[in-house]
Design a binder for this molecule. Structure first.
Ligand code: AHM
Ligand code: MG
Length: 336
């Protein structure tokens, strides 16, 4: 079977939708190439000496894994010389990364979580890369990019995607005209289109949440999960199944494939952290992808893509997936 390559798909998108300029196409191809390299490093595991932790911590005080740092370097190096970016920001770096003066600068901003699901690296469970593309503000050329230039609501994203490194390496991408999925052909070294117009079923009876945090949840979330657990004789009238991989990319990928609801809700833990996941590197790109596939993504009540970011590393509650189930969770919040 003759499948389209990522390049063919992007050229066709550029021809059909004038909203996909050549610069964006090159940028996506560069990110995809970097993801291929990251996937390659991941697959080597102990043989590549890439497992285990470093002595360093990232800006959020989390111990960095060797692969977190390596993946971050791969993405920075691949993207800084191409001329399509004004700056980058990453979950693993304290502040933004400006394009060095020796390279030309472009109009776009790239944000990424270089290796999501860090706790799964050493146990050979699926992990991934998440990325988001924004347009730099129109007054940006000719001045230094600042952190505040990145603080745009997710609805402004030009593109977003994730790569999942599992039994197959896959790249899932939106340019704002639906969602396409590519599988890495390891012999050819190319990303081949394996699914166009991914659509999330509107209804589901499968939820994903880390149940060990139950004591910290806000009452509407607790009530919703209690009702799911009550099964077919409870208020929701059906039996629910549960999955929790602890790699957002893998959990979201399952939802993109067969539906479901994923929740990492904001909670009331003593640390005062408002949720675990990061708005700019995790919640926004995933919300964009999920909405483009017909699903919904909320912080509990509000649409994630409408949130005006206050800080680069801001955390947020995340409830996303099958539209009608996410709506149900919104109602639980409104009723409370
Ligand atoms: P990371 O970016 O440091 O890997 O953290 C994000 C990950 C998500 O992929 C996943 O949904 C969540 O953390 C799992 O958290 P927990 O270990 O609390 O279940
Ligand atoms: Mg991460």
């Amino acid at each position: 079977m003759n499948r389209k390559t990522l390049t063919q798909y992007l050229v066709e998108q550029q021809r059909t939708h004038q909203t996909v300029p050549a610069e964006v196409r090159l940028l996506i191809e560069t990110v995809a190439r970097a993801c291929k390299a990251i996937g390659h490093a991941v697959s080597k595991g102990a043989l590549g000496g890439v497992l285990g932790s470093l002595d360093s911590e990232n800006v959020q005080g989390e111990v960095q894994k060797k692969l977190d740092v390596l993946s971050n370097e791969i993405l920075l190096e691949a993207n800084e010389w191409g001329g399509h970016l004004a700056a980058m920001a990453s979950e693993e770096m304290e502040t933004l990364h400006r394009i060095p003066n020796r390279y030309p600068k472009g109009e776009y901003l790239l944000l990424f979580d270089p290796l999501d699901g860090s706790s799964n690296i050493d146990v050979n469970v699926s992990i991934g890369t998440i990325f988001s593309v924004l347009h730099a503000p129109h007054d940006a050329p000719g001045r230094d990019i600042e952190e505040s230039d990145f603080l745009q609501p997710g609805s402004q994203q030009v593109a977003a995607g994730y790569a999942v490194y599992g039994p197959q390496s896959m790249l899932v991408l939106t340019l704002g005209n639906g969602v396409a999925a590519f599988t890495l052909d390891r012999e050819m070294g190319s990303w081949l289109l394996t699914e166009e117009n991914l659509t999330i079923p509107e209804d589901t009876s499968e939820f994903a949440i880390n149940m060990s945090n139950m004591r910290h949840w806000e009452p509407p979330v607790k009530r919703y999960i209690d009702d799911c657990l009550a099964g077919s004789t409870g208020p929701l009238g059906k039996d629910y199944n549960m999955r929790w991989i602890a790699s957002m990319v893998a959990d979201v990928h399952r939802i993109m494939t067969r539906g479901g609801i994923f929740m990492y809700p904001r909670d009331e833990r003593p640390s005062g952290k408002k949720g675990k996941l990061r708005l700019m590197y995790e919640a926004n790109p995933m919300a964009f992808i999920v909405e483009q596939a017909g699903g919904a993504a909320l912080d509990g009540e509000a649409r994630i893509l409408d949130v005006k970011p206050q800080a680069l590393h801001q955390r947020i509650g995340v409830v996303l997936g099958s539209k009608n189930e996410v709506e149900r969770v919104r109602r639980y919040h409104q009723e409370d």
